[in-house]
Design a protein around this ligand. Structure first.
Ligand SMILES: *Cc1c(COP(=O)(O)O)cnc(C)c1O
Length: 432
């Protein structure tokens, strides 16, 4: 069957080509470096957005009653933002950091870059994000076992869904542990109207090619105040001391965003609200279309405190649901984007692991793939990743169960209503 391929979430530039205007400006003025007017401008745009001042086509609207005063540093990736925020929270070799297990590896890998240990905490059923009760249990148990408090807590807005930030902050404040919000997938998601990433000490954003908006690759760190902002800026630019020559008294990083990428970001900020609206529209479409298909559940906002950007729309397939070809699932090794990159396939050796999506989920993924539709299993919990087999984990079974039954469907701004009808039809056809 011939059909244009439909991807999970592809980059989408503004119709007016504003990104190219900013890039051209950078070339024309010779600002082709990791600093410059676009970087400053993009940081201002991000600050305005986070602080509740939203530039839209319809003008500026002040959404907050008490405007926040967050400062933002634009960085070369979201992973770099996680890394720098951990350093700013004083994470050192031998320390422990609490992190949501149900996440992409970029939430936890920087903990290990620092020689610290991630302490994985499982999710609650409603939001799929860190379970506050289990989180407190983990804090108590780590203090009992090591005599030390974890240095930071990293909740993650998985697929854009907010975490219960009120309970998380209440517990974190009680134990005086800083919270680093990993809102990389949740740019523009809100909790009771306030943008994610602005509740904790630090907030991580990502502008990778597949995220809510893109700078090709990039990220940002939302900082609590001027002082923290200065420290992050200093760390992100090789920690140079104030001398006429290079003087180094601490180890820094080359993490600041390039002026070219920031030009894309400035253009993308003009379509951010449109992107969010489109993702929400796609979510509504799926919710309606699957409402009376037994065996398929769409993951939605648990209640109206949660306002997900629905970066990726996700469904659960009932274990009992029979899908065409499921007896052949896991027959061959995967060659695509998840199992490798840049044509390099890093062979795992065997076709199965001890924790994998059910056969009907894998069969559905293959069925859709053959029809030109990209679908993907949910992220495999970090506490089940071999690379983290020695990391302590506080689990309740939620993320493992979800991983077995869940999948991500195309959700990005390039997905049309016609595509959605085709996706839903294809899923119905696959069900026996
Ligand atoms: C994408 C992502 C990041 C940051 O990733 P970069 O690709 O480095 O920008 C961090 N955490 C989560 C959960 C992510 O999905």
């Amino acid at each position: 069957m011939e059909h244009k391929r439909i991807y999970l979430c592809l980059a989408h530039m503004s119709d007016a080509g504003i990104e190219q205007k900013y890039i051209k400006e950078a070339f024309d003025t010779n600002w082709v470096v990791p600093l410059g007017p676009n970087v400053n401008g993009f940081e201002k745009d991000l600050e305005n957005f986070c602080n509740g001042i939203v530039e839209t086509r319809h003008g500026t609207s002040l959404q907050q009653t008490e405007p926040l005063q967050k400062r933002v540093v634009a960085l070369c990736s979201g992973t770099a933002a996680v890394h720098l925020s951990l350093i700013a929270c004083g994470v050192c070799p031998g320390d422990e950091v609490i992190v949501q297990s149900f996440t992409f590896c970029a939430s936890s890998h920087p903990i290990t870059y620092l020689g610290a240990t991630p302490i994985f905490v499982d999710s609650e059923k409603d939001s799929w994000n860190i379970d506050p009760d289990l989180m407190e249990e983990a804090i108590k148990d780590r203090i009992a076992k090591t005599g030390k408090k974890p240095k930071a807590i990293v909740p993650v807005a998985l697929y854009g869904m907010p975490y219960d930030i009120e309970r998380i902050m209440e517990i974190a404040n009680r134990y005086e542990i800083p919270v680093i919000e990993d809102a990389a997938e949740g740019f523009g998601s809100r909790w009771k109207g306030q943008v994610l990433g602005t509740f904790g000490e630090y907030g991580v954003q990502s502008f990778n090619g597949n995220k809510m908006i893109t700078t090709s690759g990039g990220g940002a760190l939302v900082c609590p105040d001027e002082q923290a902002w200065k420290k992050i800026m200093w760390l992100a630019t090789q920690a140079r001391e104030a001398y006429p020559y290079y003087q180094h008294e601490a180890i820094g990083y080359n993490y600041r965003m390039s002026n070219i990428c920031a030009g894309i970001g400035r253009g993308q900020m003009t379509v951010l609200n449109d992107h969010i609206a489109h993702h929400k529209h796609v979510q509504q479409y799926y919710e309606k279309a699957f409402a009376d298909i037994p065996g398929i559940t769409v993951h939605g906002n648990p209640d109206d405190r949660y306002d997900s950007n629905f970066w990726l729309c996700t469904i659960e397939l009932d274990e009992q649901l029979k899908v065409k070809g499921q007896e052949l699932a896991y027959g061959t090794a995967v060659q695509g984007a998840v199992g490798g990159a840049a044509g390099v396939v890093h062979g795992g050796g065997s076709l199965h692991t001890d924790c994998e999506p059910n056969a009907n989920v894998e069969a559905m993924r293959v069925w859709l793939d053959q029809r030109g539709i990209e679908a993907r299993p949910l992220w495999k919990p970090m506490h089940k990743q071999p690379v983290y087999k020695n990391a302590p984990a506080y689990v309740n079974g939620v993320s493992e169960s979800l991983f077995k039954v869940g999948m991500c469907l195309p959700s990005g701004p390039m997905v049309t209503d016609e595509d959605l009808a085709y996706i839903v039809e294809s899923i119905k056809e696959a069900i026996l």
